[in-house]
Structures are given as C-alpha cells and as structure tokens.
Design a protein around this ligand. Structure first.
Ligand SMILES: CC(=O)SCCNC(=O)CCNC(=O)[C@H](O)C(C)(C)COP(=O)(O)OP(=O)(O)OC[C@H]1O[C@@H](n2cnc3c(N)ncnc32)[C@H](O)[C@@H]1OP(=O)(O)O
Ligand SMILES: O=CC(=O)O
Ligand SMILES: [Mg+2]
Length: 562
C-alpha cells in the first residue's frame, strides 16, 4: 500500500545513532548504516572542540559587550608576518571567475545552476536553505545524483519539461551549515547532531569517489565554510577533512575549502584561518551580508556604532572597502583565490528599464571587485552570468585568475584595526525601520514554510540579508536611535515598532493577497520577528531561535521546540 513504508519502515542505524526525521526510501539510500557511522565518528571526535569554540565565541562577545574592540591577536603576529603560502591551487578550480549560488533543493534549480555557464556552483545548505528535514535530505539526494551525473527532473508545472545535465557543467562546491546549528532529526549518543557535520559527512561519504574521478581531476570534494569567527574553528574543519581523507583512503590535502570571511571577528584572523587550512585551502570569500550582520552583533552594546539604513551599507563604506581590500591582499600573499561576494539585485521580469538599472548596479559592483583584485565573484541568478562573465573575463584577459599578479589595491597594505571597524555613515530613518520589518517578516514566513531564499522587492533575500533587518531593528530600539521621519526626528521605541508592525503586516497582506497571507505563516512570522526585535538580549541567530518551529519528529508529535 502506498505510504505504508513511510510509517512502518525505519532507518538502519549504527549504535548510538537515532533518526527522528520522516522515513523515506529515497532518504534511506543516503542514511545508510555506514554513512551514519561516518557522521557519528566525526561528531564523536570533534564535539568537544566545537563546544569549546562556541563557548569561546560567547566569552569573546562578553568582552566586546564590556567595551573591548576586535583587534589583531598579538600572539599570532608570527603567522601574519611569516612568509608562507597555502598548497597550490588544484587545476580543476583555477578559474572561478563566476560562481552561481543556490539552495541544494529544489532539484530543478540544482540542474539549472550546473548548466548555468558559471565556472562553479556553490550548492547551499546554509543561508539559502531552510533546514527542514525534507530540504536537507532531498538536497543530499540531489547532490549525490548531480555528482553521479544522473540528476534529472520532469517539471509537470511546465508541461512535463525535462531537465538534465548539459555536456559541460560547473564545478560543485558545497556549503554546509555553520558550527552553531544543531540537526535535531539526527541524534548521536543522545544529543542532537552538529548540523554541518551531517551535511558534510553524508555528502562526502556518498560522493567523494565520483567527484574526484569526474569533477576534481584527483582533488576534492570542494567546500565553502560559513560564519567562522576564529582560526580555532578553521582548525576543527581541518581536522574533519583529515579524518575524512584518512577514512576514505584518499591523499591528504586533496579536499579543498573556501572560507567565507563574514563575521567581524574573522577579518582579524584571515592569515590565521588560512594557516590552519593551508593544506586544504581554496581561498577566502567576502560574505558581505553576514559581515554587516556580524558588525551589528559584535557591537550590540556600543551605541556609538549604530548602522544607517540597511540600503546604505554597501561596499563603498570605508569599513567594507577596507575588509575586501585586506582580504584580497591576504589571499594573494598566500597564493589562493580572493573571491568577491553577492550583489543582491536579480533580474526584473516585467520592467525593462528597472531591469537594466538593476543589471547596471551588478556590473558596477563586479567591476569594482575585479579592479580591486578579486579572482572571481558570486551570481544569485543565471540571468546575471553573461554580464558578470564579460566583466571578469574582459578584465583578466584570458587568465583564469589574478593570484600570481599579486593584485591588491595600494591601500591594502596599510589597513588598520580602526579602518576595519569605522562606523558606516548615512541616515537612519523610519522608512528604514519599515522596510526592515516588511522584509524581515516576509523572509521569516517563507523560511518557516520551507524556502530559504526568496525574491522580495526585486532583491534576493536569504538568511544573511534577513538577519541584517532583524538586528538593525533590535539595535535601533535597544539604543533608542533617533530616526528621521520626513524631516521630523523620532525615537525608535517598542511602541513605534508595534505601530509599524501593524501597518506593515496590513501592507504585506494587501501585497500578497488575503488567501496567500492566510495560508502562509505570516502572522506567526510577525510575532516572532517582533519578539526578536524587542528581546532584552539579542538572539545570536534568527534561524537558531526559530529552528524548533521547523523540526518535525517522526513518528512522534510534530513541531517540538528544541
Ligand atoms: C548572502 C548569501 O549567502 S548569498 C548566497 C545564498 N543565496 C542564494 O544562493 C540565492 C540564490 N538565488 C535564488 O535562490 C533565486 O534566484 C531567487 C530566490 C532569488 C529568485 O528565484 P526565482 O524567483 O525562482 O527566479 P526566477 O523566477 O527569475 O527564475 C527563473 C529561472 O532561473 C532559475 N534560477 C533562479 N535562480 C537560480 C539559481 N540561483 N540557480 C539556478 N537556477 C536559478 C529558476 O530555477 C528558473 O528556472 P526555469 O526557468 O527553468 O523554471
Ligand atoms: O554568505 C554570504 C554572505 O554575504 O553572507
Ligand atoms: Mg553568509
């Protein structure tokens, strides 16, 4: 009987491992006994180090809250000043001029990304994915089939159009979740698994051999590593890679990873992070959106460092420019790629002039990046790839990257601690508070409904951009910021937010329509977002705070709070 298997059958798990997510025969082919034993081995070896690293994050934040500023660590000066380089770049990924990003599910999108004409596809378990059990497991199935070259999809909504891989596809990088996120559907020795070790472990276990034979020319698999704050966290990843190489019997140093420098503390640790990963490094990337989020988080207790409206905090702000210039110099000194970041604009379908204006903003952003010395950059949508390729390939003149040209802006050698934390300039407005609220609520509603990246007001929104909306509102309220309301100064207060919330919820309802509003989780998202904005203590991550609401344990009752 259809459906019978899903209630009766269960996963074959090794000692100490329990699967609390829905049973599905397709998922069972991923959650094999051996694959789970591999994940459990990682968790058992590294859980102590991860716990310690998370405690150190909290301890460091307490020091920032007491007035300390982030700075370069005098104890590791020898690493910053030392004359060392990372292992040579694998030939398969010398050219990373344009990288498309997208969630590991839906399947169609994965195929589109692999066929997009970009050099790399960064398949995301992180900012672009709501980590529901279904998304995570379907994502693993998609990645296994993508690496095997067998992935296909029949789109019934499009008259049965069949999607399959082209002759030439992009190289695959996979981004697991950050160290802070648990995986509540997998328990190991009675505690939730570490989310990123589940993402990494299952993908690596099933695909490393096919990947190295097909995609990596003897190297790989390749990864992106998000949201790290300190080199001790990179050291854990290095250990994970070494264990994986040992267990799989592959040559040490062939797994490679690009670290996103997307927290403020990490910008003071770039050499140290590369040094920890020097045998496994594939460079650094400017994760600009989480970086802005992290600036607010780090300075949550510093009223002299309030951000202006979110729309004004771009790469032209001094602290952002300094960060990207220092990242380029650091990477090129260490002989690895310095990757640029994500412009939030996406194609606008129904307005040619607005579309051209959006494309022009993307072009400008990419031109700035390649001129500054970046070796490649990110695209959020396939429609942007031709323009971005033209800029990067035109500037590089046939070279795959500019690592050996040691390209870096002249001011990169003199970037100071003060440059990296200089408060951004610009107005703080009630309109900004409104927009944060409107966007934050809609993103959260989408995330609760299982979508981790969505188009909103012609921009890409994902967990990182939504975090900026949340923490900026929190910061303004916490410090009673003065906001401009069309020439009149008003104070950011919980009462003002409550009024704006009511008005913006009504606006969202009118925009999306009553039926979609009712079916979606907008009301719930509104409540969560409000609570997060007025919380006495800033929640570290909105996705962690709300995670319990997307956890569905089987066969027991759904929706348990962790
Ligand atoms: C801060 C950071 O971490 S940035 C990195 C994480 N964020 C991301 O990766 C966001 C990636 N982008 C996206 O998710 C999407 O582009 C969105 C949600 C912004 C917009 O998606 P949509 O509304 O579906 O776009 P749209 O309707 O224009 O899609 C047109 C086609 O392009 C495809 N497409 C759109 N974006 C992508 C993508 N990133 N990768 C592959 N294919 C894509 C769609 O599948 C669709 O294909 P079809 O014509 O065969 O049906
Ligand atoms: O992950 C990328 C970012 O900008 O955040
Ligand atoms: Mg990010």
């Amino acid at each position: 009987m259809p459906g019978m298997t899903s209630t009766m059958a269960s996963y074959d798990t090794p000692e100490g491992v329990d699967i609390r997510g829905r049973y599905d025969p397709e998922f069972a082919a991923i959650l094999t006994r051996d694959a789970l034993a591999f994940v459990a081995g990682l968790q058992r070896e590294f859980r102590g180090a991860v716990r310690h690293a998370m405690e150190r994050r909290r301890e460091t934040q307490r020091r920032y809250d007491a007035g300390e500023l982030p700075r370069f660590d005098p104890a590791t000066r020898f690493v910053r000043e030392g004359d060392w380089t990372c292992a040579p770049v694998p030939p398969a990924i010398a050219d990373r001029t344009v990288e498309i990003t997208g969630p590991v599910d839906p399947r169609k999108m994965v195929i589109n990304a692999l066929n997009s004409g970009a050099k790399v596809f960064m398949a995301d378990f992180e900012d672009a994915l709501a980590p529901t059990w279904e998304n995570l497991m379907r994502g693993q199935v998609n990645l296994r089939d993508a690496v095997a070259g067998t992935i296909s999809f029949r789109d019934t909504a499009r008259g049965g159009r069949v999607y399959k891989l082209d002759e030439r596809t992009t190289k695959l990088f996979v981004r697991p979740r950050g160290w802070h996120l648990p995986e509540a559907h997998v328990s190991i020795d009675g505690e939730p698994a570490i989310g990123c070790l589940v993402d990494f472990g299952l993908y690596f276990f099933h695909s490393h051999a096919a990947f190295r034979a097909g995609q990596g020319a003897g190297f790989g698999p390749f990864f992106y590593l998000p949201k790290m704050e300190h080199s001790r966290e990179a050291r854990i990843w290095n250990g994970v890679f070494e264990r994986a190489e040992r267990v799989a019997g592959i040559e040490r140093g062939t797994i490679r990873a690009t670290v996103l420098v997307e927290t403020l503390p990490a910008v003071f640790q770039m050499d140290e992070i590369l040094h920890e990963l020097r045998d496994h490094s594939a460079g650094l990337n400017c994760g600009r959106w989480d970086y802005i989020f992290s600036y607010v988080k780090t300075f949550r207790a510093h009223p002299d460092r309030l951000l202006p409206d979110r729309a004004l905090v771009g790469m032209a702000q001094h602290f952002m420019r300094s960060y990207s210039h220092l990242l380029i110099r650091t990477c090129h000194r260490r002989q690895v790629h310095a990757m640029g970041g994500m412009a939030a604009q996406i194609p606008i379908k129904d307005d040619a002039a607005a579309n051209e204006a959006a494309l022009e903003l993307v072009r400008k952003d990419k031109l700035r990046e390649v001129r500054a010395g970046h070796d490649g950059t990110w695209a959020a949508h396939p429609g942007l790839i031709p323009a971005i390729r033209e800029i990067f390939e035109g500037h590089l003149g046939g070279k795959p990257n500019q690592i050996n040209a040691a390209a870096a802006p002249a001011d990169a050698a003199t970037v100071t601690e003060e440059d990296l934390i200089q408060p951004p300039r610009g107005a703080r407005t009630v309109e900004g508070l409104r927009l944060n609220t409107r966007v934050g609520v809609q993103y959260l509603a989408a995330w609760l409904g299982g979508s981790g990246s969505v188009p909103l007001y012609n921009l890409m929104e994902d967990a990182a951009t939504a975090e900026i909306s949340r923490v900026q509102n929190w910061q303004w309220l916490r410090h009673g910021a003065t906001l401009d309301a069309g020439g009149v100064a008003v104070r950011a207060t919980p009462e003002l937010l409550a009024r704006i919330m009511e008005e913006e919820m009504a606006r969202v309802r009118a925009e999306v329509g009553a039926e979609r509003f009712r079916r979606g989780r907008y009301a719930e998202a509104g409540k969560i977002f409000s609570r997060q904005c007025v919380a006495p203590e800033l929640d570290d991550f909105l996705t962690l705070d709300a995670y319990g609401l997307i956890v569905v344990h089987h066969p027991r009752a759904p929706a348990s709070k962790l």
